[in-house]
Write a protein that binds this ligand. Structure first.
Ligand code: MG
Length: 354
């Protein structure tokens, strides 16, 4: 039960809130009284907390929130019946903390309790409350937006990374999906879900499909490639490890909101078949991953052909082609920058969700 719902359950009503002041009331009933027949201290505390909080809320911008840090109540008189009236005002307000004070009077005007409280203030940022989905990619030269359908990703495609993850070299590639809502653009923010454990960076070449196809032969596969981007396959490594151990899918550890930053798209005719391109990732300016796409076990044509054996590829689908060695954890405040030769770069900042 939230504080607001709890206050309503008790019967606390806030009557007035304006310019750092508030008034609240409570009609006393039998359920508010303790075994001695006087109002329970917790009821008075709840009335004061709600009214002092309302005074603070009335003094901060509409898009800000506040939460009680501490509440100190002095209980002065017992009260058995009638209407209790609380009044409160803000005493002092800083950038992040506000202090408020107030009291409760009974129907005869006697002060029955008084309180002082401190409140934490913070700006409400709607974009951190709910991810604003941007499920498209942008062509580098023309700015044309292409809606992204599905995002396929390859789980093991560089021998050194397979070795660092403990996979046998001969293992076939693992394909998994991320939802289009995972996309973040250059300059955006990767948000680590609260309590999710370590999140790792994986820089990858991303193929953008330009033409629909099923069972595409390898020698025709490049005709289905519109262009290339550089992307980050952000991974909740601990959750993924738990899923692997139980044989469960990786959906949540790989597909969470903001888990797929992508750059703008360079057209295929300016890039070629995707081989021999330098792929790098820096964390806070320090190089962590650095490889040539020629080190991929399967090249672009082979991957497009492989994926299309079972799944129809459509214009706007993305294919993350696997990451080289050097993956590692990122933290809130880190700046990530991925680059792919001839293609471009993608830079994002890491935040932790509240
Ligand atoms: Mg990956």
């Amino acid at each position: 039960m939230t504080v607001q719902a709890f206050n309503r359950y008790l019967g606390v009503e806030v009557d007035r809130m304006e310019s750092g002041e508030a008034e609240g009331h409570l009609e006393l009933g039998a359920h508010h009284l303790n075994s001695s027949g006087v109002v329970h201290g917790g009821v008075l505390a709840a009335l004061l907390d709600a009214t002092l909080g309302a005074a603070v809320i009335s003094s901060i911008p509409k898009e800000w929130w506040c939460a009680t840090i501490s509440l100190s109540v002095q209980f002065l008189e017992g009260s058995r019946e009638g209407r209790l009236l609380a009044s409160a005002r803000v005493l002092r307000k800083g950038k992040k903390v506000a202090f408020a004070g107030g009291d409760v009077r009974d129907a005869t005007g006697r002060v029955v309790a008084a309180a002082q409280a401190s409140f934490h203030l913070w700006p409400y940022r709607p974009e951190t409350e709910r991810h604003r989905s941007e499920p498209f990619v942008v062509m580098r030269a023309t700015g044309e937006r292409i809606r992204v359908g599905k995002i396929l990703a390859v789980g093991r495609n560089y021998a050194e990374h397979s070795a660092e993850m403990g996979w046998a070299e001969s293992s076939p590639p693992v394909l998994f999906l991320k939802p289009p809502t995972a996309i973040v653009h250059d300059g955006g923010t990767v948000r680590i879900p609260a309590g999710a454990g370590a999140v790792h960076h994986e820089v990858e070449m991303v193929v953008v499909v330009g033409r629909d196809g099923r069972e595409i032969p390898e020698e025709r596969a490049l005709e289905h490639v519109l262009g290339y981007a550089v992307g980050l396959d952000m991974t909740l490594r601990e959750e993924q490890a738990r899923a692997k151990a139980k044989g469960e899918p990786w959906t949540l550890s790989k597909g969470f909101d903001t888990s797929a930053p992508v750059s703008t798209v360079a057209p295929r005719d300016e890039v070629g078949d995707g081989s021999g391109l330098r792929l790098t990732l820096d964390v806070n300016g320090e190089r962590r991953q650095d490889a040539s796409t020629s080190a991929m076990a399967r090249g672009v044509a082979a991957l497009v052909s492989y994926a299309s054996r079972r799944i129809t590829l459509e214009k706007g689908d993305l294919l993350f082609t696997g990451t080289p060695a050097g993956v590692g954890p990122v933290r809130a405040g880190d700046e990530l920058a991925g680059t792919l030769e001839k293609v471009g770069s993608v830079a994002v900042r890491v935040e932790e969700e509240r």
